[in-house]
Design a protein around this ligand. Structure first.
Ligand code: NAG
Length: 212
């Protein structure tokens, strides 16, 4: 009997690892609601329109003229209110030649990536103590999954622009870019803490912090 309860508790806690299941057909986000809930309050269902379930413009290339040479165009709950409570979202990612989508994690989502154009080197790293780097080069039509929470990245290894579509298991996956949170926090993490962590000199660390 105890075993059954432990099993059910495990199943329940696993289900809770993703966005919660909806308790109604839909709950279009009411971005102007004053009430604070986990996610967004629902718009009055009788006032909901088809446009609340729609997003336009994903055929357009993102501007990759930046230091990383990539651009993420999100279609999360903020851009598509109808995603509220549905536990799913997507993004278009454009990469200039040799552009990268820098190492980052999604605190709330597993990601499945499809290459539409070009070729991408992708990878993720497992948790301690293995820190195994799982990496592969993907071509047009290839699909790759980045398990929830793990640090992952992509790099365009072709001579032309690359395009990918990512699907994510949260209406609001969140993103933690490793370089930004470590070197660009406000206020800064003390240089000597990072110097110890990265086994580098204070000067090297400050030089990186200044760039963020
Ligand atoms: C792309 O971004 C760069 C840098 O912010 C900017 O100078 C340029 O005008 C943008 N290009 C387009 C087409 O918006």
């Amino acid at each position: 009997m105890a075993c059954v309860f432990i099993f059910l508790a495990l199943v329940f806690s696993m289900a809770m690892a993703a966005d919660h299941s909806p308790l109604q057909d839909f709950c279009v986000a009411d971005m102007n609601a004053q009430v604070m809930v986990n996610g967004f309050a629902c718009k009055n269902p009788s006032l909901v329109q088809a446009n609340d379930f729609s997003f336009a413009g994903l055929h357009m290339m993102g501007n990759t003229s930046n230091a990383l040479g990539s651009r993420v165009t999100p279609v999360f709950v903020t851009q598509l209110a109808g995603l509220n409570t549905l536990g799913i979202s997507m993004a278009r990612i454009d990469y200039a030649p040799w552009g990268i989508n820098q190492p980052h994690t999604h605190p709330r989502a597993t990601e499945i990536l499809t290459v539409l154009e070009g070729s991408l080197e992708v990878g993720f790293v497992t948790s301690n103590p293995e820190n195994r780097h799982i990496t592969k080069v993907l071509y047009k039509g290839d699909v790759f999954v980045f398990p929830v929470n793990l640090v992952h990245y992509q790099r365009n290894v072709g001579k032309t622009n690359a395009i990918a579509i990512a699907a994510l298991s949260s209406q609001n996956p969140g993103v933690i870019p490793i370089a930004n949170v470590i070197f660009g926090s406000k206020p800064d993490i003390s240089t000597d803490i990072l110097a110890k962590a990265f086994q580098a000199s204070d000067d090297v660390i400050s030089a990186i912090q200044i760039k963020f």
